[in-house]
Design a binder for this molecule. Structure first.
Ligand code: 13P
Length: 254
């Protein structure tokens, strides 16, 4: 049985004080003990304050990106060591917005994931096809290639070594989520790929779905055998809807 993981990716939303206010509203609405892993990925500027506000709660800290390089002359970048000092448990790498808007390649994603793992931070490796690629019937080919390249050198010694997030581009921020059946088909394909690369430990790795997840559609998505939680954008920005998603995800674990 896999322990589902729910992560709110806030993207470029919320100042440090807004992040603190969010958590102060959220924590009273959720159980202190959880059957699931939960994390929030705020902008870098809110990581420190959010970490202090979360304290010893059931919610962990995640970064939205990281540099594959160590310290040095990399203006505007943030290193793995900086995330370690803030006690980040996860870091998202290869989000489609970074791939599309910042030219991030799967090779770079792999280097970032390897650097994170070396420091004990779990990479959340994102990938997914565009609408055009889906319409051309190329979804599995595109996802397979992204997996092969983004997982180069990545290790899976334990069930929490990494997370893969399947986020079809056409579902992100569109209000049009993948149907549970469509998502499951791709998740099962991703699982097969992970088994080929890592062996039986892949059965215990989490594969999250992302793309217009909300409290209305989350239960049916998470009822699928290979969907082990969600990476949420819009629905993770309000304490009430994120609390509802936590409850639904926990029910899917039970
Ligand atoms: P939405 O949930 O807003 O579609 O965003 C998904 C996403 O990109 C999470 O990383």
């Amino acid at each position: 049985m896999r322990r589902p993981i729910l992560v709110a990716n806030w993207k470029m939303n919320k100042t440090a004080s807004e992040a603190q206010a969010f958590v102060e509203q959220l924590l009273p609405q959720i159980d202190a003990q959880q059957e699931i892993d939960i994390a929030i990925a705020p902008p870098f500027t809110a990581l420190d304050r959010l970490g202090r506000t979360l304290g010893g709660s059931a919610i962990s800290l995640a970064a939205q990106n990281v540099s594959a390089a160590g310290d040095g002359a990399f203006t505007g970048e943030v290193s793995v060591g900086m995330l370690v000092e803030l006690s980040c448990r996860y870091a998202i790498v290869g989000h489609s917005e970074r791939r599309a808007l910042h030219g991030e390649t799967s090779q770079e994603v792999a280097r970032k994931a390897v650097a994170l793992q070396a420091a004990g931070i779990r990479p959340i490796i994102c990938l997914g096809e565009s609408l055009r690629e889906r319409e051309q019937g190329r979804t599995l080919e595109v996802v397979g290639k992204a997996l092969e390249q983004s997982l180069a050198g990545v290790k899976a010694e334990g069930s929490d070594a990494l997370v893969v997030a399947y986020e079809p581009l056409w579902a992100i921020g569109s209000g049009r989520n993948a149907t549970p059946e469509i998502a499951q088909e791709v998740h099962a394909f991703i699982r097969q790929h992970l088994v080929k690369q890592f062996g039986t430990v892949a059965e215990s790795l989490c594969i999250q779905y992302g793309g217009s997840v909300d409290p209305e559609n989350a239960a049916s998505l998470m009822a699928q055998p290979d969907i082990d939680g969600a990476l949420v954008g819009g629905a993770g920005l309000q304490p009430d809807s994120f609390a509802a998603l936590i409850k639904i995800t926990a029910e899917s674990a039970g």
